[in-house]
Design a protein around this ligand. Structure first.
Ligand SMILES: [Zn+2]
Length: 427
């Protein structure tokens, strides 16, 4: 019997802030021409108690950058610098975009107090028109970071891939399996060497393409779905909604965004495909509603009419778990195998049915068990079969009550090429 660990195995491990002394505008943050020059601090190239495998740091950083370069029209160049400190909080930085792990007072300050659990921190400087002028990354000097998979350490390549997303102007994603999700796992979570994502998910790719477009002027990129969510009274208000597009044939999460203060959303960076759009009110147990569906053409922009939803559910899906560990990190699975997975949340004990929003997945009915952690926190443990043809990407776990109201754990399962050896069986 595996011991169920309720300790927080993953925390919001990534922190970032944007620095501009003026009024925040509506411009997206962007590097002019998609060209970025960064300096790797020499502190990143020396073996130290908090950095293992330093000889592979430069190649790991290069690979992280190449993922973003392959996804969007950006170029990131690196050189080495003796500078160790991040630019302090101010109107302007020193103009040098740095990646560092040096134990300087300025860097250590970032990880005292609120940011103490963060694996890394990124500070971005930008102008009034949204032009990014500098972005500095600090890896937490109090934690162990490695390039060699050391158990309990943060994987450098995963961490840098995430932070480079901030450097490019992206915020945090709400898709559990996305690189830009705010949580990060140390090596060893779920009994797997690398649980943190190094690859970019559909949501990451759509996000960066919505700013920079596709690389080499890809003719298929990019289409956009726009619309608005309103409160139940029909007025646009400050209630935030989470809105996401699902690729209909596969069920994969294609992209997720939040509404602005007018209730509007724009899901950009999409390839032509058939999409279903869903929405959920944030903070208040709103049920997931299906907004609309569209067969999107190349470089097409469609606008959906306003939608509202006031129905609430008495439960919430919050985390997932695997191998006896509950966490806020997507469970990696392989096509052609079956796994026992957990989904956790408030009030999901009675009459709540678990499924996956994709025909590639089947939840075995008689495998579902309820686990009560006390304090209203429950988990459903279930065996899920992943079809041999399941494509790589993020899939959502759906919890539905007897009235058909549902909550989703967005991207809680991720089909990976990396082997997850802990299957119940192959087929
Ligand atoms: Zn972050």
């Amino acid at each position: 019997m595996l011991v169920l660990l309720l300790a927080l195995l993953t925390v919001p491990a990534f922190a970032y802030e944007v620095q501009y002394a003026g009024k925040a505008g509506s411009h997206p943050l962007k590097w002019p021409g998609g060209e970025i020059r960064m300096s790797v601090s020499s502190s990143m190239l020396e073996e130290s108690p908090n950095l293992r495998g330093s000889d592979r740091v430069l190649s790991a950083i290069r690979r992280a950058a190449e993922r973003w370069e392959a996804a969007a029209g950006v170029r990131i160049e690196f050189s080495v610098s003796d500078i160790g400190s991040i630019s302090p909080k101010a109107r302007r930085g020193d103009g040098i975009s740095l990646i560092t792990i040096a134990q300087t007072p300025e860097n250590l300050l970032l990880f005292s107090g609120e940011g103490s659990q963060a694996a890394a921190f990124t500070r971005i400087f930008y102008d009034s028109d949204g032009t990014i002028t500098e972005a500095d990354i600090v890896l937490n000097p109090f934690f162990l970071t490695s390039t060699d998979g050391t158990p309990g350490s943060f994987d450098l390549e995963s961490t840098v891939t995430h932070e480079l997303g901030h450097v490019l102007g992206l915020g945090h994603s709400r898709v559990l399996g996305a690189t830009m999700f705010e949580n990060s796992a140390r090596n060893g979570l779920y009994g797997m060497p690398f649980t943190s994502v190094r690859t970019l998910s559909g949501d990451d790719v759509a996000g960066v393409r919505s700013i920079y477009g596709a690389p080499y002027g890809d003719k298929n990129c990019c289409s956009e779905i726009r619309g608005a969510m309103t409160s139940s009274s029909g007025e646009k208000n400050s209630t935030s909604f989470e809105v996401w597009a699902v690729d209909v044939p596969s069920g994969r999460v294609a992209a997720s965004v939040l509404t602005d203060d007018q209730g509007r959303y724009a899901i950009g960076g999409l390839e032509p495909a058939e999409y279903a759009v869903y929405a959920r009110k944030l903070g208040g147990n709103g049920t997931v509603i299906r907004v609309d569906e569209i067969d999107l053409e190349k470089k097409e922009v469609v606008e959906f009419g306003p939608r509202s939803s006031s129905e609430v559910v008495s439960f919430s899906g919050e985390g997932v778990g695997f191998n006896g560990q509950l966490a806020g990190i997507a469970v990696p699975v392989n096509a052609g195998s079956a796994y026992r997975v957990m989904v956790s949340g408030k009030g999901i004990n009675r009459g709540v049915v678990v499924s996956v929003a994709s025909d590639y997945f089947t939840v075995e009915d008689d495998s579902v068990e309820t686990i009560n952690f006390g304090g209203g926190l429950y988990a459903l443990s279930f065996i899920v079969q992943v079809e041999p043809g399941a494509k790589e990407g993020n899939y959502s776990i759906v919890l539905t009550d007897e009235k058909g109201r549902s909550d989703w754990v967005l991207g809680g399962l991720t089909v990976e090429s990396i082997k997850n050896p802990w299957m119940i069986r192959d087929f």
